[in-house]
Ligand binder design. Structure first.
Ligand SMILES: [Zn+2]
Length: 350
């Protein structure tokens, strides 16, 4: 589609103008987004200022590029064509393409080998009401803070592949050396249990739409995952330092677990299944949240390593957002700590 950029000369203060819109889109692509009004087609002072900056910085011309508060056609054309040329070059070079959000896989549970249907064997005592599909938009992550299996103590252990970018681990940790037995968790009122250990699975215990009491303010809109194991709230793999770790009185020497790669992968497959199945049912998952965000008492829920190994890659893969902190009346939710997410994505609001 071509626009008559000559119009810009004739219409200072133009509003909702297609040619202005095209110019603003080009500015946005070139790295000069409109911070306040976005692409609105209005030729105001903000757009004029951005044009001046872009022409000066990108084309090296420092004269008056917006005489009488207009944008001459030749200036508008230069910016629009520059953006188009850059787009064309980046398409020609696949490395330069911006990351695209993955599409939801709506093919059902069989598409995810680590996700197993356990519904016939789970306890259905809390299945009372279903959430309307239009309202279900959040995945909520938890840790059980217990494990049904023994973990082996390692002084220095290879860390899971998907956390390798966090550094070589230098402190003692526990790693489960057998896989959790689901039977102990079959009564949990949550959609999935993700067993720990080398052959971890995500066990589907309840239909995704059942409203189950796992996540406080999120029960009406979320699907919940409970990761088996005891994990520290803050666990810096690079230095081996950890804090915010709950120990039972009977186990004062307990060290925090490091999840296995299998458990992290089961968690990620579980999220992919949820995203696909909610889409298949006509809804859309938009947010990933940690229980600490809806209930401040659960500050270490699910903990740094589960967040880094499951939530962060899923947020990136599907272009989702971190769920907002909720105002629980007694125990307000807490932000995602910087140690959980070095990119520090902003939390949004519902
Ligand atoms: Zn929880």
């Amino acid at each position: 589609m071509t626009h008559n950029f000559i119009d810009l000369i004739a219409k200072p203060g133009a509003q909702d103008e297609p040619a202005v819109r095209a110019l603003q889109e080009a500015l946005d692509e070139l790295g000069y987004p409109e911070p306040r009004f976005g692409v609105d087609g209005d030729l105001g002072q903000q757009t004029l200022g951005l044009v001046g900056r872009a022409v000066s910085e990108l084309l090296g011309y420092d004269g008056d590029t917006t005489p009488n508060n207009t944008v001459p056609g030749i200036v508008a054309h230069a910016l629009v064509n520059l953006a188009a040329a850059r787009r064309w070059l980046s398409l020609a070079d696949p490395q330069e393409q911006p990351p695209r959000a993955a599409a939801a896989d709506t093919g059902g549970i069989d598409r995810f080998p680590l996700v197993q249907d356990f519904r016939s064997e789970s306890w259905d005592g809390k299945e009372r009401r279903k959430n309307p599909i239009a309202r279900v938009d959040t995945i909520c992550l938890h840790q059980m803070a217990v494990a049904s299996v023994r973990a082996k103590r390692y002084e220095n252990t290879p860390i899971p592949e998907s956390l390798a970018h966090l550094g070589d681990h230098s402190g003692p940790v526990y790693v489960p050396n057998e896989t959790g037995k689901i039977k102990r968790w079959r009564k949990l009122s949550i959609h999935f249990a993700i067993t720990c250990g080398p052959e971890s699975r995500a066990w589907l215990m309840h239909d995704l739409l059942w409203r189950l009491p796992h996540g406080h303010g999120w029960n009406r809109r979320s699907v919940g995952l409970e990761f088996e194991g005891y994990f520290a709230g803050i666990h810096d793999l690079g230095s081996g330092k950890h804090s915010k770790f709950w120990r039972p009185k009977s186990r004062p020497d307990r060290l925090p677990m490091v999840p296995t790669e299998a458990q992290l992968e089961a968690g990620r497959q579980c999220c992919r299944f949820i995203i696909g199945d909610i889409a298949r049912l006509g809804g859309r998952i938009k947010y990933v949240g940690a229980h600490r965000q809806s209930y401040g008492v659960k500050a270490s829920d699910p903990g740094a390593l589960i967040w880094q190994g499951v939530a962060v890659p899923i947020l990136n893969e599907f272009g989702l957002e971190v769920a907002p902190v909720l105002k629980h009346p007694k125990h307000p939710g807490r932000d995602i700590p910087a140690q959980w997410d070095p990119q520090r994505r902003p939390e949004v609001s519902y």
